[in-house]
Design a protein around this ligand. Structure first.
Ligand code: S3P
Length: 180
């Protein structure tokens, strides 16, 4: 089984994804890291030099590569390995073209966090271009309002992360999938 982690910046996708992959001996794909490796520069640099649109096109290309549908690969080799955790950037699920591909990749888990918790976790962050130069709490509120419905509609399960350990999160996810 593959598990796709979606959610807001700071919701813990990367950290929990890494923990889960280690614990379950699963492969880990982090779309931001995949893009950074592909481009040889950071997400922040890509935004600054090429703009958000270009970054979003790379997100779609990443999903196509994972599924073996990229025009850049004439052999159409599926890069996704069996039994993977795929942690995706917070904005990736907002591109309509990406949504069916995410569903195809695996079971989608929405890691949810309260606005207060996100503000706390992101208050010293300088790596996220979409937050730079804004009032943090206000910006987070705006983006949550734009994104939460999409995250909820797209996911198979929602896990509230506030105050929970990695083990708690995994237990909830595991129990939910065991029921299905
Ligand atoms: C973004 C989230 C970031 C990264 C980029 C844009 C977003 O990933 O993809 O800065 O639009 O929410 P994380 O969710 O891993 O922080």
């Amino acid at each position: 089984m593959n598990i796709v982690l979606i959610g807001f910046m700071g919701s813990g996708k990367t950290t929990f994804g890494q923990w889960l992959a280690d614990k379950q001996a699963m492969n880990l794909v982090d779309t931001d890291e995949f893009i950074e490796a592909l481009e040889g520069r950071s997400v922040k640099e890509i935004f600054a030099m090429e703009g958000e649109g270009y970054f979003r096109s790379l997100e779609t290309e990443t999903l196509k590569m994972l599924l073996g549908r990229s025009d850049q690969d004439p052999e159409r080799k599926k890069m996704l390995k069996e039994s993977s955790v795929i942690s995706v950037g917070g904005g990736l699920p907002m591109t309509p073209e990406n949504q069916p591909m995410l569903q195809e990749l695996g079971k989608i888990v929405f890691l949810a966090a309260s606005k207060e918790e996100l503000v706390r976790r992101l208050s010293n962050d300088t790596s996220r271009p979409l937050l730079a130069g804004h009032d943090l709490a206000q910006r987070i509120e705006e983006l949550i309002a734009l994104r939460n419905d999409t995250y909820e509609d797209l996911c198979d399960i929602i896990v509230e992360t506030d105050g929970k350990s990695m083990n708690d999160l995994w237990k909830e996810i595991f129990d939910e999938f065991a029921k299905a």
